[in-house]
Design a protein around this ligand. Sequence first.
Ligand SMILES: Nc1ncnc2c1ncn2[C@@H]1O[C@H](COP(=O)(O)OP(=O)(O)O)[C@@H](O)[C@H]1O
Ligand SMILES: O=c1[nH]cc([C@@H]2O[C@H](COP(=O)(O)O)[C@@H](O)[C@H]2O)c(=O)[nH]1
Length: 297
Amino acid sequence: MTTRPDILCIGSVLWDIIGRAPSHMRQGSDVPGRITRLPGGVAWNIAMTLARFGLRPAALSAIGQDAEGDELMTACREMGAIMDYVYRSADLPTDTYMAVEGKNGLIAAIADAHSLEAAGDKILAPLENGTLGSEAAPYGGLIALDGNLTQRLLDQIARSTLFAAADLRVAPASPGKAERLMPFLRHSRAVLYVNLEEAGTLCQTEFSSSQAAAEGLLKRGAARALVTDGGNAASDGTADGVITQQPPAVMVTRVTGAGDTFMAAHIVAESQGSSREEALARALTAAAKYVSGEHAT
Ligand SMILES: Nc1ncnc2c1ncn2[C@@H]1O[C@H](COP(=O)(O)OP(=O)(O)O)[C@@H](O)[C@H]1O
Ligand SMILES: O=c1[nH]cc([C@@H]2O[C@H](COP(=O)(O)O)[C@@H](O)[C@H]2O)c(=O)[nH]1
């Protein structure tokens, strides 16, 4: 029997193919380096971070029935996620993300999430067919949703009765995909996790602080917004008001994944009954430890 998940992570679970070179790179560079492959996708990254904090995540995604898909399923299971609810497509290939990083940081990346997009609402079947929920008895637990899904499906989710009882936590997949989360601005219960740039994209403006961004998102109709701003103060805005806290000052050794760490730590804190102030402080502490290289993975 499958263990009951603590949280569903809906969105991209794919292979990350990352090329890293120790030299400074620019367009057209052809240099020696290392190429690695590991499970990725925003939903997966959130799932793994949640698992690190002690929750048992289940993924809802589309993975091909190809050899890459079989290997991905095995790798994800070995890392502790429940993969039984994943939609395995017979005719769609397993998705891939490819990035090139030089000494001077990320040079470029391409996210090929076409199979997830093509699978559409098939990935949500377990929430409808009674496996995890149904129209009559919607899933009532935590859900982390990533913005790799199509605008159309995100729109459908925002209005669906299948999600009416869920504690929905939403994150954009990349700054370029932030506007796909627009349907959740007027959603009565969704919690948005965005950085300052993504908040600006959603509100079609530029914000100078997380507090202003949280207020802006609330004004546009968001029920709740958590806004981070790197080493600057982060905010949690609800109808009850905006709480703002300064992250601990740390020596930064890595920033990729800081937003996922913040979100996962915040969800875990609230699932353990923390107040809004406490949850924000715990998320900032976890993200500070992460960027300073303390939980190196
Ligand atoms: N330079 C930094 N100094 C201290 N904390 C940081 C720094 N960069 C990120 N963090 C921590 O990580 C959180 C998320 O970072 P941010 O860069 O806003 O998210 P994203 O990775 O989504 O762009 C911040 O709220 C903060 O707690
Ligand atoms: O459009 C997308 N871009 C990036 C990702 C995922 O985000 C991570 C890289 O994000 P960042 O560049 O923020 O480190 C990778 O795991 C990648 O698979 C994704 O799911 N969708």
